[in-house]
Design a protein. Sequence first.
Length: 159
Amino acid sequence: MRKIMINQTAENILSSELNFLDLEQLAQVEFTSECLEHPVESALLLTEDLGLGWQAASGGEQTIRLVFDQPCTIEHIFLVFDEQQQSRTQEFVLFWLMDNASSYQEVLRQQYHFSPPDTTREVEHYEVRLNQLKALELRIIPDISGGDACATLKRLRLA
């Protein structure tokens, strides 16, 4: 029998049930910017906890792209965003590139409103079926109203 305690958070359940891909061994990461204290690998590596995560070096739209050495199949996308400082509405869009395809296709688009101190964490788990995945691209608009917020990402996991 599979059991889940009702008050457990989604991130704890997923961490124990899914076999996440080791992105360090399987893909190259491309990104538009990173703050030296919050490098992109701190959001991607399996050994990292929910400590620092990634942060852009400047405000505005940012992109993180994973380019896989060999095409693979992805069935789960798990994202955690965190905002402790300012109220803002963030939008992110996920795109994927199938092996031998010439253009990216949109997987999903999501908006979320952060309102510290009460609403500071966005946890997303998507079940997908991306066969022959060659690249996955995450575009983040940290403040859709045009503010100068820096994009952040606590965790990105794929299974």
